[in-house]
Design a protein around this ligand. Sequence first.
Ligand code: ADP
Length: 638
Amino acid sequence: MESLGELGSLAERNEIPLVAVDEEGVIRFVREGTADLLGWTREELLGQPLDCLLPSGWEGTTFLATILESTGELHGKRVRATLVRREGVEKDFILAATTARMPGHRVRVLALEPLAEVPDTVRVPVGASAGARSIARAIPGIGYGHTDQLYRLLFEQAPLGVFYFDADGVVTACNPRLLEMLGTTREKTLGLHLLSLPDKRLVAAVRDSLQGKSASYQTTYTSVTGGKTLPVESFYSPVFDAEGEVVGGMAIVVDVSERKRLEHERDLHLARLETLLDTAPIGIAFLDTSCRFVRVNHRLAEINGRPEAAHLGRTPEDILGSTGAILRHVVEHVLAAGKSITGHHVSTSDLGVEGPWRSWDVSFYPVRENDRIIGVGALVEEVTEHAKAEHERERLYQESRDAVQVRDDFLSVASHELKTPLTPLSIRLATIERKLEQGQPVPLDLVRKARGSLGKLTVLINDLLDVARIRAGRLTLHVQRVDLGGLLERSVAAQREGRPGPVSLRSSGGPVHLDGDPARLEQVFDNLLDNAAKYSAPDAPIEVSLEVGSDHAVVSVHDRGIGIPEEQRALLFERFFRARNASSRSAGGLGLGLYISRDIVDRHGGRISVESEQGKGSTFRVELPLSQARPHQETSKR
Ligand code: ADP
């Protein structure tokens, strides 16, 4: 082995990898182990130009001159430079250079200390560019390989914080972004003992990397050297040397403030949407493309009568049975056609739900993400009140139309009815007038008949006035002790007059007393007897009976007349109602008698009812409470 002269002892003492190059740039000495670092054997390297270890574009002698220029003579400062391994991978070294004398010639000696800081994993050798060389010149003494240069650019300018640490967890390098993020300086950061920092997660991640494992975590980090606090996400990984030994680690630190801010904004936005969904007075649901619920709000859960959670992952059919099946078809249609369907009507009766009737309007909308349909949104609005109001409006409209019809019918009947007694009355009065003018005697019968017509007119007008009083709640009873038997006898006697057919009265005998308005009770029985006569053949019998119970009396008026069609009996006591078969006979009437009678009987605390068979006859029954059964004696009743 050639002597290294004055470098020899240094080389012997320290086991530093060494390469010595002569003035022509030819490798003259390679220390044991050094060649391995560079991927050559020692024998192969000896005699080769130094150029074979340099990034392309560099010439051995220039390289050496540059290195020496920047380091000075022996024990000059160490510089960083890039050498190229045999297979083309660039590797960073700290170089210490000096000149030494070997027998026969002067040599330049390079001590090589590999840097684990930049992982040497790039397999694609890149030729040196003018840019790379100009950077190398700009930083005196440092020769950069092009690949490394790209690495370095990435390292320096990456929008991520990057730092390297050695096997003891001491920071050996960091990029500007990291310093900016943490608000610190390179001086404070380099040499920092990471394992002594208070952040437990950082310490754990450094330990993991030094044990050859990767680690990552998110935290709100407070910089020890910069004092700045910010949310970060850190990724740690070990750095291996050529032998696969862990020589340190690297960390990438991402400032996630912006992400956090966006996440916060998104959460806020979502929270607002959620509140809106859950407080909305309409039911809202989202269904996915397989027609399953993915979100249901409170209101819809309430409408469907199932908890929100019970909907998730289920189809409308699962939740609502056959109605759900119909809705599912609608949803499938919306998915297929990509078009909304609005105003679909559903009610409790459709759903088979018990309880009061309710109804809803349901609309379906396709939900898109970047033009792709990802599901269907459903809106369910309760329209029960609206529908009820609609029905009510229709009912009122119908009622008002009926009322107009009734009024028209009434006017035509009333004018006819009023005219019936009015015409003979006017003829009779004209006759009386003529006779009196001519000095002729006026027959009593003529005057009586005129009074009879007037009486009929009075009854009609009184009926109309009574109806008005009843409607206004102003029909007054003048209550006194009444002998019901005597009252009936008077009504029957009046009816017998001028009627060919028999009118009988059957009574259990003895006085029957009650508290009532005699005139109004007489009006009731007169009306029942008049009707019995009006709706029977003139010679058909009319039977009146009075029965007395323990606390009430029952008066029945039975005829063998035309009877009342069954379906019309319920309406008999309504205002202006006249049975279909009544008008077929000549018997006139305003359809007010029974209405007034029922009101009078009701006001006496009694009840009026009818039994009838069409074509055979009718029986009207009036039940009235007796005096002793009535605890309070009233003198007047409204
Ligand atoms: P009206 O003046 O038309 O008789 P009412 O109120 O007394 O009015 O009777 C109402 C309707 O009831 C009558 O138009 C008639 O159709 C029916 N009606 C009442 N009484 C009898 C009866 N005894 N036999 C058959 N129909 C009757």
